[in-house]
Design a protein around this ligand. Structure first.
Ligand code: SF4
Ligand code: SF4
Length: 416
């Protein structure tokens, strides 16, 4: 017997040419628009334990990944970084560029910008306050403008279904390259309307972007830790442009995902690293499934970015509308338990169908932790315990390595 529908969400089509979609949310899936949140806790954590980018906080393992990449991935990442560097650089000073025209007094630019972004190919576009509670410490003084334009660019469908593979990495990093270039165009357009536009690169993030995308109504947080948006789930790359132009904010939406993920759990069950947690916890003021970074990273590094949690998500695979309609009709999760949705192959281990997972020994998860100097100190400490007091040469060697990190700055090659 079909389930009762609590409400229907109406969203624009995937492209400008496609019709609007209507997504039914079953009564037992309805919770709150956006994400269950305690504002006071969000404020407390951002004040006392502000966020920092993984490029700094996790710099040790982000350097280490390059030592375990396959030859092909290493080469491709180097090429990507080379192509991407000018885009990241252009984004970094984009906020300083002056508008190129006088603004039309009293005109709100929301719909002009939305239309332009969609013409450029962005699949989701939303407006909200740039919430400084999610800004990384190292970017606090860089962020200039108060309104956030949240934009998501879809990643190729076919290539993504081959996850984990080099082919899928072409889609992943290729989308970043396209997005970085399109953002320059959109920012230029905003300056032409008479306002500033600062590009927050998807490869040099200024903040945790997902909470702002949720606030702008573009999706909800999935159990895989990714934004699930209506048309492509998490098969998209996210970025933000901030502006001082007059805009109208969108509102968060309840797509039913918060409860749906608890019933689905496909990503949780299929994660090769067992890095996804079944139960939600309250974390920094929001109720969510929390990913265990240290169990994910070793898999990502050795298996072409892994992303099995993106590949096996029915919302990514079939779209939110069919998934939610199927749930209303049957009470089931579309595709769950099928090889089509849940199957994947790991290069050296073969194929894993529903219910099957690879095994890794303990050493597999033994990776460097923390900032580069944290890891250096940890290694020095272990050596001290093993070999006793170091000689002058060893101390000087340690000091030299610390100095090198300080000189280089404690960051890595950019967000992935
Ligand atoms: S990327 Fe792979 S290892 Fe990491 S959470 Fe997703 S499925 Fe698990
Ligand atoms: S696979 Fe299922 S549980 Fe995981 S994010 Fe997608 S819908 Fe949620």
């Amino acid at each position: 017997m079909p389930k009762a529908v609590h409400h229907v969400v109406k969203r624009p089509g995937r492209t400008l040419d496609e019709p609007d979609v209507e997504i039914p949310v079953a009564e037992d899936l309805a919770t709150v628009p956006g994400i269950p949140q305690r504002e006071d806790d969000v404020a407390f954590y951002s004040r006392v334990y502000p966020l920092e980018t993984q490029n700094i906080e996790k710099a040790a393992d982000r350097e280490w990944v390059w030592t375990v990449y396959s030859e092909e991935v290493f080469k491709y990442r180097e090429e990507h970084d080379e192509r991407n560097e000018p885009l990241v650089h252009a984004a970094s000073y984009s906020g300083d560029l002056e508008p190129t025209a006088e603004p039309v007094v009293g005109k709100n630019i929301t719909e002009d910008v939305r239309q332009k972004a969609r013409e450029l190919g962005f699949g989701e576009v939303g407006f909200t306050r740039y919430n400084r509670r999610y800004t990384y410490v190292s970017k606090k003084h860089w962020v200039k403008y108060e309104h956030a334009i949240c934009i998501a660019l879809e990643q190729d469908y076919t290539q993504t279904q081959t996850i984990p593979s080099l082919e899928a990495e072409f889609a992943h990093f290729g989308t970043y390259e396209t997005e970085g270039a399109l953002a320059l165009e959109l920012a230029e357009y905003i300056r032409g309307l008479g306002y500033h536009a600062q590009i927050h690169s998807p490869n040099d993030n200024s903040a945790a972007y997902i909470p702002m995308f949720v606030a702008a109504g573009l999706g909800q947080l999935g159990a895989n830790g990714q934004l699930l948006s209506p048309h492509f789930g998490s098969r998209a790359r996210l970025m933000i442009i901030t502006t001082d132009g007059p805009v109208t904010y969108d509102s968060p939406i309840d797509y039913g995902i918060h409860n749906f993920c608890q019933k689905c759990q496909v990503c949780v069950n299929r994660c090769p690293g067992r890095a996804l947690e079944k139960q939600k916890v309250w974390w920094r003021g929001a109720e969510k499934n929390k990913l265990i970074y240290e169990r994910c990273r070793p898999v990502m590094a050795r298996y072409e970015g892994c992303a099995v949690c993106m590949k096996v998500c029915p919302v990514q695979r079939y779209g939110m509308k069919p998934v939610m309609e199927h749930y209303v009709e049957t009470g089931e999760v579309l595709g769950k338990g099928t090889d089509n949705l849940e199957g994947y192959s790991l290069s050296d281990k073969g194929y894993f169908g529903p219910g099957q997972l690879p095994h890794f020994d303990r050493a597999f998860f033994d990776i460097p932790h923390g900032r580069k100097e944290d890891w250096l100190f940890e290694q020095f400490k272990q050596r001290l315990e093993r070999e006793g007091v170091p000689d002058t040469e060893q101390v000087l060697e340690f000091a030299g390595k610390v100095k090198k990190i300080l000189d280089e700055g404690n960051s890595t090659r950019g967000d992935e």
